[in-house]
Write a protein that binds this ligand. Structure first.
Ligand code: XUL
Ligand code: CO
Length: 436
């Protein structure tokens, strides 16, 4: 049964169209820097917000009551929801999706019942993936909602919670492989602490490292070739999450000898909550060889929590795309809309408006970033600012020809010294504005 029979496949109609259910900027086949927009952006729809979001918040219950949902926890209801989801994604033209294990299938009374439910729903997903050609960007296990994870999963004080989490991750990697998933994500839901008095931090970190090694070993055992990703987030639900930002994650991965097996999934509003910008997190991850994928959304600067709004800020998407283009693209990752419609947006068409807006905002960001790069003035000014490293003393230092002592000799010989480069921040900002 179709729930979106009044919606046609969303088409690119250009900036002047009056149609709200059309793309104004995302033209999947249009070429930018020698690649289609589709391949640059690799858009992905998330199952948890888009098909399981209820609109509930700490102050009120569900508002998003869906006509396709019979309200039960049955496998049949879950399978039916899968068909609706694929109708939606097919009409939207999103090439990828992402899920948590418990988004797509109901938990049973025992672990084996849960796994059996999962397999049955995955069968329907497989059929729908074949029918539509939509692919899996990543799978992940939800290791934070159930009360068994109240102290964390891999960092729990309780060894049985760790064991249950291991079982859930094993199964979810198996399913991700079965569905051809290109990545597998770990977001450390409750891997952190509320209070250091009651926390054995060293044990928790070592156990987290141990858990990730078990995942790497299992992937090798079954031949899962997808990229493992860690998703940094500084707080929420815990006061301090161990994967607090890109730098903390990269340090953790190197300290526990996991650097070769993991990259990062950088999320816009997590960067903001960490007191960074998305551009900073992306750039930092990229120069460390750890940029894997992005969770695209935005926060609200007046609200200090993770509001997961759809990305519509053109500056933000332009900055993001500028970093991605500079570092050769997103690789096996994608632009994954980890974003939810507001609880007041109760019309099912709002799901389309939200995603169309996000896709158009990223398409514009891509075009703007490519235009800034083609123009070259901005990069030219950066090069000019660092010109002292291109020859003479700078080139000698960078090629390793100097020591503190040899540089001291040069400094002693140099008379009153003052850098001649201007930072030109205002000009840089003006240049960017010319392209927005
Ligand atoms: C939580 C978050 C998650 C992860 C997947 O803030 O972003 O949805 O993306 O577990
Ligand atoms: Co996310």
């Amino acid at each position: 049964m179709s729930y979106f029979s009044d919606v046609n496949k969303i088409a690119y109609e250009g900036p002047d169209t009056k149609n709200d259910l059309a793309f104004r900027h995302y033209d999947a086949d249009a070429m930018v820097e020698g690649k289609t927009m589709r391949d640059h952006l690799r858009f992905s729809v998330v199952y948890w917000h888009t098909f399981r979001g209820t609109g509930a918040d700490p102050f009120g219950g569900p508002t998003l009551l869906r006509p396709w949902d019979d309200g039960s926890n049955s496998v049949e209801n879950a399978q039916n929801r899968v068909r609706v989801a694929f109708e939606f994604m097919e009409k939207l033209g999103a090439p990828y999706f992402a899920f948590h294990d418990i988004d797509i299938s109901p938990e049973g009374n025992t672990l084996s019942e849960t796994q059996n439910n999962f397999d049955r729903v995955v069968e329907t997903i497989e059929e729908e993936m074949q029918r539509t050609g939509i692919k899996l960007l990543w799978g992940t296990a939800n290791l934070f909602s159930h009360p068994r994870y109240m102290h964390g999963a891999a960092t729990s004080c309780n060894a049985e919670s760790f064991a249950y989490a291991a079982a859930q991750v094993r199964k979810c990697i198996e399913v991700t492989k079965r569905l051809g998933g290109e990545n597998y994500v770990f977001w450390g839901g409750r891997e952190g602490y509320q209070n250091l008095w009651n926390t054995d931090m060293q044990r928790e970190l070592e156990n987290l490292g141990r858990f990730f090694h078990m995942a790497v070993d299992y992937a090798n055992e079954i031949g899962f070739k997808g990229q493992f990703l860690i998703e940094p987030k500084p707080k929420e639900p815990t006061k301090h999450q161990y994967d607090s930002d890109a730098a903390a994650c990269i340090n953790f991965l190197r300290a526990y000898d996991l650097g070769d097996h993991f990259k990062l999934n950088i999320e816009t509003n997590h960067a903001t909550l960490a007191g960074h910008t998305m551009m900073h997190e992306l750039e930092y991850a990229a120069i460390q060889g750890a940029l894997g994928s992005i969770d695209a959304n935005r926060g609200d600067l007046l609200l200090g929590w993770d509001t997961d709004q759809f990305p519509t800020d053109i500056y933000q998407t332009a900055r993001t795309m500028l970093v991605l283009l500079k570092h050769g693209g997103i690789g096996s990752g994608g632009v994954n809309f980890d974003a939810k419609i507001r609880r007041e947006s109760i019309d099912i068409h709002d799901l389309y408006h939200a995603h169309i807006g996000g896709m158009d905002a990223f398409a514009r960001g891509l075009k703007i970033a490519a235009a800034i790069r083609a123009d070259g003035q901005l990069q030219g000014l950066v090069d000019q600012r660092y010109a002292s490293w291109k020859s003479g003393l700078g080139a000698e230092i960078e090629s390793g020809e100097h020591s503190l002592t040899s540089l001291e000799k040069i400094a002693l010989e140099t008379k009153a010294f003052q850098p001649m480069e201007s930072g030109r921040q205002e000009l840089f900002e003006n240049i960017v504005n010319r392209f927005i």
